[in-house]
Design a protein around this ligand. Structure first.
Ligand code: GDP
Length: 372
């Protein structure tokens, strides 16, 4: 059943996100509804089922693979008596853990406050419950209002701070002159940083976790005497929280202002087709979908899908495919130049470099038509 396969893949991804955030997943629950319950997202029977499981197994957190409305979050927490996270919250948490520069931290902080603002009452209910006890009244409405105002002020401040940095970055981009700019784009964890390292011989942080890269890294690369700038960007993901798209504007500007996009795909991932779609969708959203693009299908050294549990007996049909066979697949018939590589073993690197060289050269020539 196709729907069920999709569902498994989505939950695999959520589990990977949870793992990245530092949690271990004990059990998955799913429910088919024609539409989410407006009050509690899931049906009441399911909520009781989860609540009982949580109690019996002393589970600390329940994570939902969607963004819950503020009231759904509140109702669910009240009903199930456990900490609830939604997908957005989880992603924000990972971003917060991984933000390394003050710029990334500012972006994440802004996104977090924007997420928090409409959910403020919930936070206070929480505190109230923790305090408990007679005479320990929770903060009243006035305090919530004060707090909202503090957060709104903070949001304004962060926005101004980001605007200043955005301007600086725009100036920096302008100062890079007419050198051709290529940007690596792709779903998170496809191997962009690894590729960046092997092309530019630099040391960019690469790790088998989601969103290892939050800040953009720009490196000067020379292929066959032709210099150009290569940018590594934040990985894209299905249902990227809108707060993040907004606050990572400048990071995405690198993509928007690039001359050439190098779209990296992890071909060993069972949902790579979905990933391509998600990336194209985000490119469309930021109006960068009409740029010249190269499709780089990465990880050809590793097609077999790592099984998460013993019951997963899906045959790894993609194993041992030769380069010639790859070139006969539908992926090779895209309207963009396409290449199959391994960023790890550097298999087929010469072909990829030649392809990048050709595309960069085309742009270079259109820019400097008179000097060779
Ligand atoms: P990014 O999030 O797109 O920047 O991905 P990374 O470069 O951090 O890589 C994610 C994971 O995939 C790391 O564990 C890499 O070692 C691994 N990886 C990257 N390229 C390849 C490849 O060609 N083959 C294999 N087997 N693993 C790779």
């Amino acid at each position: 059943n196709q729907d069920e396969e999709k569902l498994t893949e989505y939950l695999d991804e959520l589990e990977f996100l949870a793992f990245t955030a530092g949690a271990t997943v004990q059990k998955r629950f799913t429910q088919k509804l024609t539409q989410p319950d407006s009050k509690t997202f899931i049906g009441s029977g399911k909520a009781i089922e989860i609540k009982e499981y949580v109690k019996e197994n002393e589970i600390g957190t329940v994570i939902f693979d969607d963004e819950l409305s503020p009231s759904q979050l509140k109702n669910l927490e009240r009903e199930m008596e456990v900490k609830i996270l939604d997908r957005t919250n989880l992603i924000l948490d990972i971003f917060a853990q991984r933000a390394q520069t003050s710029y990334a931290r500012t972006q994440v902080e802004l996104a977090q406050y924007q997420y928090l603002l409409p959910r403020l009452t919930r936070m206070w209910t929480h505190l109230e419950r923790q305090k408990g006890g007679i005479g320990m009244r929770g903060p009243g409405e006035t305090e919530i209002e004060t707090d909202r105002r503090i957060i709104r002020d903070r949001i304004t401040l962060l926005k101004e701070k980001l605007k200043t940095i955005d301007k600086q970055m725009a100036t920096q981009r302008n100062n890079r002159g007419k050198v051709v700019r290529a940007a690596l784009v792709g779903y998170t964890n496809v191997g962009k940083s690894t590729l960046m390292n092997s092309i530019s011989k630099s040391e960019v942080f690469a790790e088998n976790k989601l969103f290892a890269t939050l800040d953009t890294t720009v490196r000067k690369v020379v292929i066959g005497n032709l210099p150009f700038l290569l940018t590594d960007t934040v990985g894209f993901i299905r249902k990227l929280p809108t707060q993040l798209v907004e606050s990572f504007k400048s990071t995405l500007d690198e993509v928007r202002e690039a001359d050439l996009l190098i779209h990296v795909v992890d071909i060993s991932h069972e949902s790579f087709e979905d990933h391509i779609e998600s990336v194209n969708h985000i490119l469309m959203e930021i109006n960068a979908h009409q740029k010249p693009m190269i499709m780089v299908f990465n990880k050809i050294d590793d097609f077999s899908y790592e099984k998460k549990d013993e019951d997963d007996l899906t045959p790894s049909t993609r194993k041992n495919i030769s380069l010639e066979e790859w070139k006969k697949t539908w992926m090779a018939k895209s309207k963009y130049p396409t290449v199959f590589i391994s960023a790890l073993t550097k298999e087929n690197f010469p072909e990829m470099k030649k392809m990048i060289y050709d595309e960069v050269m085309k742009i270079h020539i259109s820019r400097f038509p008179y000097n060779d």
